[in-house]
Structure formats: structure tokens, C-alpha cells
Design a protein. Sequence first.
Length: 131
Amino acid sequence: LKGQWGFSMKDIINIQGISTNRTIKYALCIWVIMFIIASIVVGYGFGDWTKYIIIWLFSIAITWFSVTKLKVNNIKLAITTGIIFVIAGLVLDLLISVRFTGTAIFSSFDYWVSYGLILLSTIFYGTLKKS
């Protein structure tokens, strides 16, 4: 049954060319790795900009590796994959990270820059590999 906008939820979940389950698994892996890296960087007490650069470089590298393994090969797939990565990360932060940091995590600019870099690096990869 189609919704009022001409598509159903099944159309959103079943995006041609994307393995939703596999993409979510990679999103979970990205989040776990970044959680560990952020914990280590914060634990060692690096200066602010050193900490930001380390986290940002890792977020780009891990995302790039993930989209390579997912074979993202066009801009539509890249945008969808990037959005899935960001939404999964935000949900996990709401469920897990908030327990350790409180809601203050959502007010730091480096947090949002990291998610922006994940989305932008996914889209950039998709534009390079467009079919």
C-alpha cells in the first residue's frame, strides 16, 4: 500500500543497489571503532586540536574503507549509505555514549564535524566512483 507521497516504507528500506543489513553492520563497526579511538584519545589527554585531527582522520579513513568494501559506486547510493552511517551512529550515541558523557556530547562542534566528515567522505567516494 503506497503512502500519501507515492512510496511505502518498503521502498525506503529496499533501495536498489544497497544491502541495508550489510550497510548497518558497517555503520555499527564504524561507531565501535570510533568509540574506542575517541576513548583512547581523550584518555591520553591530547590537546584539543590534536585530539580533533586524530579523530577526524580516523573517521575519514574508516568510512572510506567501509564504502570501498560496500562497493558504493554512485552518488545516490553514497548519499543513502552516508545517511545510514550517520543515523546509526547518532542512535548508538543516544543509547550508549550519553551514559558516559551525558548530553554534553551533542553540544561539541568536533562531534558534529566528525559526523559531517563521515557523510561527506561517503558522498565524495560516490562521486569518484559514479557509474
